[in-house]
Design a protein. Structure first.
Ligand SMILES: [Zn+2]
Lengths: 473, 93
């Protein structure tokens, strides 16, 4: 059955220092309620908004990176509705002259690359935050914190071109990476990205799911909704056009009481703000655009002869790509890429650790040191993995860990010496071997393993022992 | 074109209660307002709309934090408060 999904993504430009229309600090996360507010973001009478220059620059940055067409003149409008999180009784947003029209994001799907086209991108202010004491269903009143009120948001609206919950999630992941490359967004902060999803199945009405606050949530809400709608259709019921709410704790969507009338926001131009002529910013911002993931990917492939697969993964996180480039300065880039992508990243995922956290525990100099030992044959592949794990879990210096865990390999001449010693000290085993009991060699290998406390390579040792036995027979 | 329901709808959006006899009064007022606005139709449609009456553009400020308002002042006019929060009605349906 045909599924069509469109997303409205609210992205907080949370790398800025102040709010969109006032100078209140944006670092309100985890702070006491109503300590990051002023007359402007409280909507007190007579307070006047003035737009944050860097917010305009960040917004233009995003529009450029998403290939959107920036409006030569953008302006702000008031979106009127009553809700306690909105102190003015309206939200300053953009209506018919938004930041940008169109644009696209290229995502990787199972059937290759796909271009997710965008409708528009506009700027707006975040509302405050409501909370409830005890359970949301039994609380008699709400508590309101306006610290978030006036935080700078971008709303990015896609065309209804996504075909599955998984595609929706891939789109959001890709978008997140782009925003982090632009250094306008930190996806780890609570409430950094909130999504409204529209979904319709061929023949059914369009259902909107409001305010989903995580990537996993988007995928789960959509998957639930598809199942629900298909079941209704199977029973011959009609899918009504409606708005639903995602209950994150139970992974289900529930109907919000459908209002008879369409929301009537009565948009009109915000008289307290003047228009922004974007051309005054665009050239400047263009010059400051960083290398984007797809550009970095191509460069890594060219500059370091990496495979497409490795490069694709390295650019998922700009911190990982930088880390790779630092390591690749010192050792063979392909060896570096394979250890970072296949081993380090796997160990981090296993521990649910971000790359920046991993980098704090094992910095690029330390990985260079470790891999240099490996490339010189001083430590085995297994040993490298063990050091990486120990660094991530307990810390310590690379050399200390190798020493204390006895991971330095035994030099080849020492192995050779021990092989000869094994043969000299075990004439019975040698005799058995000569008599055709080839497994007697295992006994001699065992001797070497015992003497080296298991640090010799058993296969290599066996080969050496057979070589000496053939030599002296 | 302004009927009783239109007045009720607008009253509801504005969070204002109106009596039935007030509705008749508002209806007359609204008709007059609309009549007044209809005069805009006489204007040449090619004239640029006036979005802003002040001839300014690109008024911006630096991204520099300033000290927020003291919380006692923030909450000074709040009728109901609790633990630093404003206290409001329950809004979940
Ligand atoms: Zn403020």
């Amino acid at each position: 059955m045909d599924v069509v999904i469109g997303l409205e993504v609210h992205v907080q430009l949370n790398r800025l220092k102040t709010k969109l229309f006032c100078s209140c600090p944006l670092d309100y996360h985890g702070r006491e309620p109503n300590t990051h507010v002023c007359p402007v973001c409280l909507g007190l009478p007579g307070a006047m908004p003035v737009i944050n220059r860097e917010a305009v620059r960040s917004a233009i940055k995003v529009a450029l990176a998403l290939n959107a067409e920036i409006n030569p003149v953008m302006r702000f409008d008031r979106k009127n509705y009553f809700y306690p999180d909105l102190p003015k009784g309206f939200q300053i947003s953009q209506y018919d002259m938004p930041l940008a029209w169109g644009g696209y994001v290229t995502i990787e799907t199972e059937s290759g690359e796909k271009r997710v086209t965008l409708k528009r991108i506009h700027m707006e202010e975040d509302p405050g935050k409501l909370s409830y004491k005890g359970s949301i269903t039994t609380a008699k009143y709400s508590l309101i914190d306006y610290n978030r009120s006036g935080a700078p948001l971008l709303e990015i609206v896609t065309e209804p071109v996504l075909r599955s919950p998984k595609e929706a999630r891939t789109f959001l992941n890709t978008l997140r990476i782009i925003l982090e490359y632009l250094d306008v967004f930190d996806g780890d902060l609570e409430g950094a990205m909130r999504v409204d999803a529209n979904i319709s199945i061929a023949g059914g009405g369009r259902v909107e799911i409001k305010n989903i606050s995580s990537f996993k949530g988007v995928e789960r809400a959509l998957a639930y909704e598809i199942t629900r709608q298909k079941n209704l259709m199977r029973r011959g019921r009609k899918i009504e056009r409606e708005t639903r709410h995602f209950d994150e704790a139970n992974s289900i969507t529930v109907s919000l009481r459908s209002k008879e009338e369409e929301q009537d926001y009565r948009y009109f131009p915000e008289p307290d703000l003047v228009p922004i002529y974007t051309s005054e910013f665009v050239d400047d911002v263009k010059d400051a655009l960083p290398e984007m993931p797809w550009e970095k990917r191509e460069r890594l492939i060219k500059q370091y002869s990496l495979s497409l697969e490795k490069a694709k993964i390295l650019v998922l996180d700009p911190k990982m790509a930088d880390y790779f480039e630092r390591v690749a300065k010192e050792i063979d880039p392909r060896v570096a890429a394979s250890w970072i992508v296949d081993v380090l990243r796997g160990e981090l995922n296993y521990r649910d650790m971000s790359f920046s956290e991993g980098e704090r525990r094992l910095n690029s100099d330390e990985l260079v040191e470790l891999l240099t030992y490996f490339l010189k044959g001083r430590i085995t592949e297994k040993g490298v993995v063990e050091v990486i794990r120990t660094k991530l879990d307990h810390g310590g210096s690379v050399e200390e860990i190798i020493q204390s865990k006895g991971l330095f390999s035994i030099p080849q001449d020492e192995i050779d010496r021990l092989c000869r010693e094994a043969i000299e000290k075990n004439p019975k085993a040698v005799e058995d071997y000569r008599a055709g009991k080839k497994q007697a060699a295992n006994f001699l290998v065992g001797y070497v393993m015992k003497m080296t406390e298991g640090r010799a390579d058993p296969g290599e040792t066996a080969r050496k022992i057979r070589e000496i036995l053939e030599e002296i027979s | 074109m302004i009927d009783d329901d239109a007045v009720r709808h607008i009253a509801n959006l504005s969070k204002i209660e109106v009596d039935d006899d007030e509705i008749q009064e508002f209806k007359r007022d609204f008709e007059r307002i609309i009549e007044f606005f209809n005069r805009l139709d006489e204007i040449d449609p090619d004239v640029e709309p006036t979005y802003n009456v002040i001839p300014l553009k690109n008024v911006v400020r630096k991204d520099m934090p300033r000290k927020p308002l003291d919380r006692e002042k923030v909450l000074a006019n709040a009728k109901f408060r609790e633990e630093g929060y404003f206290k409001g009605p329950r809004v979940v349906e």
